[in-house]
Design a protein around this ligand. Structure first.
Ligand code: IVH
Length: 719
């Protein structure tokens, strides 16, 4: 039963059971990570290179036989990537955001229509776009001061990346000094990539030397960029295309197009395929043309990008939480392949959702080996009538998880049976699984008693965008959970005080060095002070992702205030569970629904979370072991005539659409409300205003015309 990882090593890989393989895999992954850190970060290896290679070989052998054990973070996949923490962190002065996706011509229509509406234009006539190839590499920010490259950073989580300056200096496409006139501060952004030919050649060299081979050019580029030793990066044939910018001391030009020409004049490569387009039809023609050229391009692209050409319009359009309104990525259809569906297994998520997973005969799709694909839920399996033993069509689009598109009917075995979705959780408690009428998901009813759910919640809690506790990955969480050391988030922060005397015991556990335990304690300690939005996100409330967590943090500012208002909202909702108008449920509940992008469905999930005594107890327990949940500090609007004011817009505005007006007011630190109350500071009245103006007069709220409002916020002259 309890054979140790070391004793397992004497069993041939072919003779291992899945369970043994899993345990040994976990131990090997931890050991390899440990030795890599000693070798790369501390320059102090404890074992010989040959012994280290033996660990990697064994791990590779196990993953070759059990591909399902090879997860994203497996050492066999983090090829070349530096162990976490190897680079200095860099905060981006302007965040590095992502792009919204369009897949169909209708999506492109939607993109353009939204721009027209936002800018309050009569039609799309006269709007120009720059269409560019969407390079499939790793994005990079290059900071130049007085014409000299001073810093290069990866995107990271968008707010903070890694300092890869030394590596970037080895890339020939990236000028160390700009040519020609340039702004004093210039943060150029673009994509590091590897041509397909160089990628194949690199893989051939790697294979020859017995080194890891990369799954695709993008992984090869990203891995090479994040080498801790710049000498290795220098040997990797990396290229760079510039396509946008972050901080600038002065504008480059008035349009995207002219900016690209300026970047070219300063010494950057800009994709030659970029084109100016004047209509939707021209965009679609560009998409079709580049799609046809795609196989012949020397580098991988996964779509094209459309950007509004005029920079003043880009500025007015601004950003959503993660993506600009002025650009979209029009993606190419996914690549497909056929393979055998060997089995359907069930994964249990942190909210108890049972997700069926297809276990596939490994196959290469678009350059990546796929051995598993999500099947989403019972309906999806029934709709496509997917059965074990079927040959299925698998597709992969960009970074998207592989999907099963359809079953190849004429290859179905004669004795095949429809799949019966389980009625109990696969965990050892075999708790009944339940599906609410009208819902697609089947959930385990075990809540925290279900070990799968508990572990998944802990994993979410410690994940990068939540508490971000380094050294507490899924293997360790599982281990600590199984040993009853960590059952709930607060236990993480009690680990040291509980285990300090028993450190030796902890150290003796597979894969843990004394140093690594001490580092873990340090990493945990560093998180006793946490940003409010991360704290909210970490709780894992249904439908509360990072963006919603930020909205909540911004609206409630402190955890104490939030807790109090959520309890109030929760009580209000419990008294009126069927009410469909937020304002009739109660004040606290209506306040929650008044937050932009929070509807009743999200609000209900939040109040349900607070209605559950276990959740509240776990939250309070967590608060008791933390030092501080930092108050949310809104983005730097230090002085603005409308800072902290509550404004309401009514009627039709002339110079801008309603969403633009709202976004602008919010950017200046004002709160935009939907209805007039005694708390309203200004009502801005457009044409054909309704009853709100009368209400404002009644309450003595100041009313402004659109022009007066623009004058107040200092935009009167240009408007
Ligand atoms: S513009 C505000 N242009 O695609 C976002 N991105 O899916 C500005 N990418 O993170 C990005 N080619 O890494 C832009 N011509 C192009 C691009 C491009 C590739 C990448 C970039 C970005 C990702 C978003």
């Amino acid at each position: 039963m309890s054979d140790t990882a070391a004793s397992l090593r004497h069993i041939a890989v072919d003779a291992l059971t899945l369970d043994q393989a899993k345990r040994e895999h976990d131990a090997l992954a931890a050991a390899i990570a440990h030795h890599r850190a000693l070798y790369y970060q501390k320059d102090a290896p404890e074992i010989s290179d040959a012994d280290y290679d033996a660990l990697e070989r064994r791990l590779n052998g196990i993953e070759a036989r059990f591909p399902e054990l090879a997860r994203e973070d497996s050492p066999t996949r983090t090829v070349g990537a530096a162990p976490a923490g190897g680079f200095r962190k860099v905060r981006h002065a302007v965040p590095m955001l992502s792009l919204d996706n369009a897949f169909t011509a209708e999506d492109v229509d939607g993109f353009i229509e939204q721009i027209v509406r936002f800018l309050n234009l009569k039609s799309a006539d006269g709007l120009e776009f720059v269409a560019e190839p969407k390079i499939d590499g790793a994005s990079l920010s290059l900071r130049y001061e007085d014409g000299a490259l001073v810093q290069a950073a990866t995107r990271g989580d968008g707010a903070e990346g890694e300092d890869v300056t030394a590596n970037v200096r080895t890339i020939a496409d990236i000028p160390h000094r700009l040519t020609g006139p340039a702004p004093r501060v210039l943060d150029v952004r673009g994509e590091v990539y590897m041509t397909r030919a160089e990628f194949f050649a690199l893989n051939a060299r790697q294979a020859e030397a017995g080194e890891k081979v990369f799954a695709n050019p993008r992984n090869a580029a990203a891995g090479s960029l994040r080498q801790l030793d710049a000498k290795i990066t220098a040997k990797r044939p990396l290229c760079f295309f510039a396509y946008t910018w972050g901080e600038l001391s002065e504008p480059l030009a008035e349009t995207q197009w002219d900016s690209l020409q300026r970047l070219r004049a300063m010494g950057f490569k800009v994709p030659g395929q970029s084109t100016l387009c004047r209509s939707k039809d021209e965009l679609l023609a560009y998409y079709a043309r580049i799609g046809a050229e795609r196989p012949d391009l020397p580098f991988d692209i996964d779509g094209v990008v459309y950007k509004v050409n005029r920079l003043d319009l880009q500025e007015r359009l601004g950003f959503r939480t993660r993506t600009p309104r002025w650009a979209t990525a029009h993606k190419f259809p996914a690549e497909k392949a056929q393979t055998l569906l060997k089995a359907i297994t069930i994964q249990v998520g942190r909210t108890g959702a049972l997700t069926p997973v297809a276990e596939l005969e490994p196959i290469t799709v678009g350059g990546v080996v796929v051995s598993r694909a999500t099947l989403h839920n019972a309906d999806e399996i029934a709709r496509k009538d997917i059965r074990v033993g079927d040959t299925v069509v698998v597709q992969r689009a960009g970074d998207v998880i592989p999907q099963i598109v359809e079953v190849v009917q004429d290859r179905r075995p004669a004795d095949s049976q429809p799949y019966a979705f389980p009625t109990v959780c696969p965990c050892k408690l075999a708790t009944p699984a339940h599906r609410e009428p009208g819902e697609a998901v089947t959930r385990c009813t075990g809540e925290l008693a279900c070990p799968y759910q508990a572990v998944e919640r802990l994993r979410h809690f410690t994940s990068r965008n939540a508490f971000d506790i380094e050294g507490l990955g899924i293997e360790r969480i599982q281990l600590f959970y199984d040993q009853d050391r960590i059952k709930a988030p607060a236990d993480i922060f009690r680990l040291e005080s509980r285990e300090a005397q028993r450190l030796d015991k902890l150290v003796n556990m597979t894969g843990f060095g004394k140093k690594s335990v001490e580092n873990l304690f340090k990493a945990i300690d560093a998180r006793r002070i946490i940003a409010f939005d991360r704290f909210i996100f970490a709780l894992g409330i249904r439908q509360v992702g990072e963006a919603t967590a930020k909205l909540l943090a911004r609206a409630y500012r402190t955890v104490g205030h939030w807790r109090e208002r959520m309890l109030a909202a929760s009580a209000e909702r419990a008294a009126k569970p069927d009410e469909t108008k937020p304002e009739l449920v109660g004040e606290a509940y209506a306040e929650l629904c008044a937050i932009e992008q929070i509807g009743m469905s999200v609000a209900d999930d939040i109040v349900e979370f607070f209605a559950e005594p276990h959740n509240l107890a776990a939250l309070d327990d967590l608060l008791s072991v933390l030092t501080e949940v930092q108050e949310f500090v809104p983005p730097r609007v230090t002085s603005s005539p409308v800072l902290g004011k509550t404004v309401v817009f009514t009627g039709t505005l002339e110079t801008m659409g309603r969403s633009e007006a709202k976004a602008k007011a919010e950017a200046l630190g004002a709160k935009v409300a939907g209805s007039v109350s005694a708390k309203t500071d200004y009502l801005i009245v457009g044409a054909d205003a309704g009853s709100k103006a009368a209400k404002a007069r009644e309450l003595g709220v100041a009313t402004l015309t659109e022009q007066e409002w623009l004058d107040l916020i200092g935009q009167g002259a240009e408007a």
